[in-house]
Design a protein around this ligand. Sequence first.
Ligand code: ADP
Length: 198
Amino acid sequence: RQYAEGKELLPKIAMLGGSTIDGSKNKALADKISYFSGDITTLEIDAIVNAANSSLLGGGGVDGAIHKAAGSRLVEECKTLGGCDTGEAKITGGYRLPAKYVIHTVGPRGEKPDLLKNCYTNSLKVMLANKLRSIAFPCISTGIYGYPNLPAAHVAAYAVRKHLEAHGDQVDRVIFCLFMPEDKEIYEQLLQSYFPLE
Ligand code: ADP
């Protein structure tokens, strides 16, 4: 993990959600954060997050890749869930994936920060409720759903930061899975701001 400079962003971040950033927790939080450039379906971890659509019956992008890698028993379980509203999250088994579980969340179409934040927060709540300790997120909504990459990355990092400030003791690792080179560039800068190493 290598962070570029970007610490000057931290004070601005405090304003995003109307609550302040607790600097004393920086080191402990940064130790739980990683990014991975590649295919989320290869990760051997407690849970990977799927950027699904509201039917939960599969689609393109990361959703298609997860269903393909998990095998058809995943869609069979998804059929029993009755779909999922935007910003909500539901859990299934991982089937043939190396991940134990898939947490399916439905991102907003277009730039809707509150709904995107809900995706991250609710996925983390589902993780907690199931006593899972590691999770990987794709860049929700930034593909087919058209959320611009940089503002989406701010929402993602902010939501994860706030969750870890409150519940970090119950989380071992959060991985941002960066499939697009553009996101790798963005997160290299951004993570240093939201999760300073010192
Ligand atoms: P959405 O409909 O929420 O926009 P997409 O799947 O279209 O979801 O895109 C979300 C992000 O997932 C994009 O950055 C896309 O490049 C990325 N992505 C696509 N396939 C994979 C994969 N196999 N692993 C990780 N990320 C992926």
